[in-house]
Design a protein around this ligand. Structure first.
Ligand SMILES: [Zn+2]
Length: 477
């Protein structure tokens, strides 16, 4: 249920945050597979005020830290109340707070924290607190930097960073003079004790580091807003800076960017078309590192070639009345080669004249027409379901009974050889609403639910689809 809960959280966030976070939740930014993972560093992000858009930047930074695999993260949106006790359990403070001065006790607590050997990272937003007029003298002391009274504010532009100190742990292995797009904070003056790790062509410091007492401080003037925060050099230096500040060492790789799914993720082809559906459907496949890039095709195109070597699982969310002989052969070859098939919702209408498909593979069919004395199946929109797992199966492991509003189907042909996965209490539906198909060669799952956003955003439905794909791909034990 972890991934389901994670997704519930994501749905509650703004659209921008949603997109970034779902993409980032499958990040495996650090490859520590060779050695046992070191203990996680505990980070506290200060946020919650000021002219910078902390409502989007803080969740993004939090997700970056989490996805690096190196950090546990908490966020404080009222850092003014911070005391030495608040900070006691942490290794790192990330200052993304751009509001008024925190006040004596909080500032003293932070100085004491760093001085005692812990780490501080100050973000582009957090650097706002360094203004010469309103900034805290303690912060200037901590970061060995001040911020001029009326700094020049550049337009967003592409530029090269001039690398200084390539031997510094944060910069080691990072290619020299990387390019980025940003609206960096300018007008920062460093004292002699601070190291400029990267600057503009005009030697304005952009990344800088210093020691403070026994602790370490890393500051970044990059990352003006979410767009600039997608840049590889921002992500790499922020995370490595955070690791260095927190621990004095850097183990994270020298190039980290927008994550990609794991190379060995399930290879899924979605068959859509022939039936209208909400674009939100495709969100079901986002946010998992164990599912690769997911292409979408229709049945006419998809099976014109042998797809056995290309995909592990086909997901049917289409309405295909019939297939030509070539398509039938390629689909049959795929199924007989021991691959996976997941059929969702109206995919049960497919191939009405191909008994092999609905009797032996899927084990079900929505009867569009009366068959002798058997009436056609029926559909009803907007019905309430109480869904209950039918027994123990890896696909439903961890899924409790759940309540969802969805379209119901009743009077389907259902093979006596299916293994039920889910039941509903709704009388306008057949009782079994998900099952393992009778297919002897491939793993096959049908889930009746899935008409619109109501199930698409339900964490249990998302988990069911995710688990079904993994199980059909042989990746869920
Ligand atoms: Zn529907």
């Amino acid at each position: 249920m972890k991934s389901a809960l994670q997704f519930l959280g994501h749905w509650l966030l703004s659209l921008v945050a949603l997109l970034s976070l779902t993409v980032f939740s499958f990040a495996q930014l650090a490859d520590n597979s060779a050695s046992p993972a070191p203990a996680k560093l505990r980070a506290l992000i200060l946020s919650g005020d000021g002219s910078h858009d902390w409502r989007t930047t803080t969740p993004f930074l939090k997700q970056l830290l989490l996805d690096s695999g190196r950090f546990e993260v908490r966020v404080s949106e009222s850092p003014a109340g911070m005391t030495a006790k608040t900070l006691a359990g942490f290794d790192l403070v990330v200052d993304d707070y751009a509001g008024p001065r925190l006040g004596g006790e909080a500032e003293k607590a932070l100085e004491g924290f760093v001085g005692a050997g812990k780490g501080l990272v100050v973000t582009h937003g957090g650097l706002a607190s360094f203004s010469a007029q309103t900034g805290s003298p303690g912060f200037a002391k901590l970061t060995k930097a001040t911020y001029s009274a009326s700094p020049a504010v550049p337009q967003f532009h592409l530029f090269k960073l001039k690398t200084g100190h390539p031997e510094h742990p944060v910069m080691q292995g990072i290619s020299a003079n990387p390019r980025t797009g940003d609206r960096p904070r300018l007008g920062i003056k460093l004292s002699a004790e601070a190291m400029a790790l990267a600057s503009t062509e005009e030697d304005e410091p952009l990344l800088f580091a210093s020691n403070s007492g026994k602790g370490r401080v890393f500051c970044t003037a990059l990352g003006d807003e979410l767009g600039a925060m997608q840049e590889k050099i921002f992500i790499t230096t922020f995370l490595r800076g955070a690791e260095w500040a927190a621990s004095g060492k850097v183990t994270l790789p020298s190039e980290m960017g927008m994550p990609t799914p794991d190379k060995n993720g399930a290879r899924v082809l979605v068959i859509a078309g022939g039936h209208d559906h909400e674009a939100a459907f495709y969100g079901l496949f986002q946010g998992y590192k164990d599912i690769g890039w997911v292409p979408v095709s229709d049945s006419k195109l998809a099976f014109q070639e042998d797809i056995r070597l290309k995909y592990d699982v086909l997901v049917f969310y289409d309405f295909t009345r019939d297939l030509d002989e070539k398509s039938k052969k390629n689909l049959r070859d795929f199924v007989e080669s021991g691959k996976g098939v997941v059929v969702l919702h109206h995919g049960i209408l497919d191939a009405q004249k191909w008994p092999w498909w609905y009797e032996e593979v899927v084990g079900g069919l929505y009867r569009l027409e009366r068959q002798g004395t058997i009436p056609n199946s029926t559909v009803k929109f907007g019905e309430e379901h109480l869904i209950t797992p039918a027994g123990d199966h890896p696909i439903t492991a961890g899924i409790s009974p759940f309540h969802v509003t969805d379209e119901t189907y009743k009077g389907l042909y259902i093979s006596p050889n299916v293994k039920p996965l889910l039941f509903t209490d709704n009388p306008t539906s057949d009782r079994t609403v998900a099952w393992i198909g009778p297919c002897a060669t491939s793993k096959v799952v049908y889930i009746q639910l899935g008409h619109d956003h109501s199930p698409f955003r339900h964490p249990s439905y998302r988990a069911l689809v995710h688990n079904s794909i993994l199980w059909c791909a042989g990746k869920l034990k």
